[in-house]
Design a binder for this molecule. Sequence first.
Ligand SMILES: Cc1ncc(COP(=O)(O)O)c(C=O)c1O
Length: 498
Amino acid sequence: MIHLDRGSSVPVRQQLYARIRELIVQGNLGADTQLPSSRTLAVELGVSRNTIVAAFDQLIAEGYLDARVGAGSFVAVQLPDALGKSVRAAPHIVRATGRREVRLAGETLTRRNTSPPSLPVRPRAFALGVPSVDEFPYAAWGKIVAKRWGRSAASLSAYGAPGGLPALREVIADYLVTSRGVRCNPSQVFVVGGSQQGLNLAVRVLLDRDDPAWMENPGYHGAREAFDAVGARIVPVPVDADGLDVQAGEAAERHPRLIYATPSHQFPLGMTMTMRRRAQLLACASNADAWVFEDDYDSEFRYSGQPLPALQGLDDEDRVIYAGTFSKGLLPSLRLGYLVVPPDLVEPFQRAHTVSGLDGSLLDQTVVADFIREGHFARHIRRMRRLYATRRELLVESLRRHLGGMIDVGLPASGTHLVVYLRDGVSDVDACRVAAANGVVMTPLSSAYIGTGQSGLLLGYASVRGPLIERGVRQVASALRSLVPASPVRPLDHRVAG
Ligand SMILES: Cc1ncc(COP(=O)(O)O)c(C=O)c1O
């Protein structure tokens, strides 16, 4: 625990004194701990015994150590007053954990009482944002793993480069240019540990404490928490049928530093941002000199209408940071996603990516690259789109049968969940609690709002097989009936968003 720097201009006696004091202050040497004898320490550290004795004497004189005749030196039970004061006056937050006080510099990062996303081991109706992992082509994947591991084990076992595996960056750039209308070259692509990690990287590079950041309201809690973690000032901006309400945003804060948006498929309501609104948003970002974070989290799954190209492709001023994920199209457990950053940001992101530890194993990255190049990805997406469309229809039918009159359904043109709007006075949090007791997972819509929001249920259907959908809806119906026993019947209105 003691390292002495012989090349330092600080005398060894002083270094030794400072280090032991630090160990005591930080609690590494607890009260009443016996220190090794001066003779033993002198041998271990390779310094003269006089040096040790001098350092001990100073610590004893200042009250950090007690000398007990014939027994040796012990850490004082009562530390000097000045010490207690200096600990308490530290600019960090002191938090009682029940066992001891812990100083947390990252107070904003840790204060939220968020539970980790609940990903049930077996598919559960109606877990949000979970793809059908049962249907994944594991055999094809396994063959690529075996081939790559056999051929290139050594080269896949070293450290990767910032930005990710070059072959995967190329494949992603190709895919985004052809399928999403993104304008980029591979050097702008960063392979990250899921889009959440991409968000974290982006906010750490782009936002300082108290910088205003526009957040869709309702919106994605993961983005809100990433902003909060860096101490940004979150400005909630409402959404309407056209997507993020830019005018309302400008009325609330004219100079955001960053704007978070989900233009392809607003989370959680599901509308697609219109072209007019996109142009308005880019003009606003230009006036404010702001960055835009475009979260394109599940654009692969569109069931009707033509997909609009990514906002990034319309951006002539290089303000948009585009984010996508393999969590929906492949597997959430891979923890792989990607950012496309404007050319000016490539270097800063490279440095930040190195500091944050790089992401994703090289084996996984090379397998994903092959999986896409060999056509498995496109095939899998096509199959899943058909499957999810069927499950979505089943869910709507089942809701109509069991809940017609009690709810309205928001049916987005894309994605993996739908929105069930509850009538006024019915608490979505209560409904979720009652359903959870019967084994059905739902997410309350109101939890996606900053401030009070509409009552509703977010039902994920992608991972839920037909019979489970029917059974799950019966549980939802019984939960709602228990909360509104005598509700008048109204016809089901399919509000189609997007
Ligand atoms: C709006 C939104 N963005 C991003 C993600 C994906 O996060 P990740 O790529 O970290 O799995 C999700 C997950 O459900 C989401 O709902």
